[in-house]
Ligand binder design. Sequence first.
Ligand SMILES: C[S@@+](CC[C@H](N)C(=O)[O-])C[C@H]1O[C@@H](n2cnc3c(N)ncnc32)[C@H](O)[C@@H]1O
Length: 220
Amino acid sequence: MLLQQYRDHLPWRAEGVVELGSGDASAIADVVRTVPELRVHGYDISPASVDRARQNIAERGVGDRYTVELGDFFDQADSAAGPRPSTAISNPPYIPAPSRDILMPELWGGEFGNDLTLQLLKAGHRHVIVALPSYADPVTTLATARDAGYRVVNFLAMGLDFGQYSSEPVVRRQIERICAEGRGWAGPDEYMVAVALLTQDPDVPGDREPQLMRALQLHG
Ligand SMILES: C[S@@+](CC[C@H](N)C(=O)[O-])C[C@H]1O[C@@H](n2cnc3c(N)ncnc32)[C@H](O)[C@@H]1O
């Protein structure tokens, strides 16, 4: 896991991390359980997700180090008391579609699927660990990250089959458009997702944008 691999370079043990879009919290709750020094403060706009998240966190016994609040990450992070942690993590909503009128509106990532990620890159976090799907215009996301002074330190990538939400016809048409425009990649039944560590800190070693582009099947 990237947080552990870069534990000596990122200040998360002292500051904790903030999370955009905790969902049911099960994935990160398992990480928190196995990393005793990790504290996560998450936000989600879905009341049902926050209820499930709190249950999952309680079941795993990590409620003292993982909290999830109902609300928009960007509003809440601005109004939170004290300094904002410099590390943000997110598996953000990334379903691309012309409008929010899709099966699961809270997973809508804007027209190209990367609206929330682009907003996260402007939210003032020095280190960002974020899921980048190959079909959600990673070309623009990485160019925006570069312009904002971020560098790709490292990443973990894997292939995923299209699921229920990415298979919805209006979404598939949008994915085809994004790929045809050279802004992303998807196979007939699959796409790639990379969880990437981006940093603005010159002291964190690593510069792997070309490798990340190849892992996302983008060769431009
Ligand atoms: C793709 S899910 C990720 C869930 C979980 N982190 C996981 O990896 O399984 C994205 C989540 O972001 C939430 N979300 C969408 N926009 C948000 C916002 N502005 N602030 C906080 N949460 C948001 C959605 O409700 C959804 O639960």
